[in-house]
Design a protein around this ligand. Structure first.
Ligand code: CA
Length: 240
């Protein structure tokens, strides 16, 4: 996720700075625009991955900016910032082609997660992404979506694969069951978090040396799960 470029379009400086601080903490490169016109100018010269776009802007509004961005740059990710009163069906509709939205005021951590999820979805659609990530005894080939332990191929279901990918892209980060559910299954998935436990159990059987005493996928009591980031995994590269 490092070096991904996020364009934050928002006329209120305090909100813009607040978003910037939270995204930079995650290793994103942040570019700010206080108007839609400026945002479109920046998009011409910068290779933007995701745009965080406020709807209420002076000059051309977020809807117009979204429409123009979509027309010109089909692979760019767009997350709209909306007020409660705005029509979500309109925002998510075909005309504008937003990828996601957040209602103000929002939790910055949630914005970060949504950006990461969006980038993953964008990257998954790019056939040229031939990234191989190694970490400890493991290797993941994001192009063929294959997973290896000590060079031995381990068969994973798409869901298990998505969970593993979520973990290795965020080593050391504790995820709640709800977060895993949201990030892997999708925001609209209304399900029981037990499905997360079931998948984790299955994953441990497949990847741990001893699934009864898991080393890589740790249980964080009262929270959820975490991919261990420690000396035993050193020598691995989490980023390409
Ligand atoms: Ca605004």
């Amino acid at each position: 996720m490092r070096n991904k470029k996020i364009l934050v379009v928002e006329d209120e400086e305090s909100i813009r700075k607040f978003i910037r601080i939270n995204l930079e903490r995650e290793g994103f490169i942040v570019i700010e625009a206080e108007t839609g016109e400026k945002a479109l100018e920046i998009a011409k010269s910068e290779d933007i991955d995701v745009v965080v776009l406020d709807i209420m802007l002076p000059g051309i509004d977020g809807y117009q900016v979204c429409k123009e961005l979509r027309n010109k740059y089909s692979t760019i990710g767009i997350i709209m910032l909306t007020a409660k009163s705005q029509d979500v069906d309109k925002i998510m509709g075909l005309e504008y082609g937003t990828d996601d939205y957040m209602v103000k005021p929002f939790n910055p951590l949630e914005l970060v997660l949504r950006i990461k999820s969006l980038i993953r979805r964008i990257d998954a659609n790019k056939p040229e992404n031939h990234e191989i990530v190694t970490f400890g005894p493991f290797k993941i080939d994001k192009y063929s979506r294959q997973f290896f332990k000590n060079e031995k191929h381990i068969e994973l279901t798409p869901t298990e694969y998505s969970i593993i990918k979520l973990f290795i892209e965020n080593p050391g980060r504790a995820f709640t069951r709800d977060e895993i559910l949201n990030l892997v299954w999708g925001y609209d998935f209304i399900g029981d978090t037990k499905i997360v436990d079931v998948n984790i159990r299955r994953l441990r059987t497949k990847i741990e040396d001893d699934s009864k005493n898991p080393h890589y996928i740790e249980t964080v009591w009262g929270v959820g799960y975490r991919w261990r980031r420690d000396g035993n995994l050193s020598g691995g590269d989490y980023e390409k």
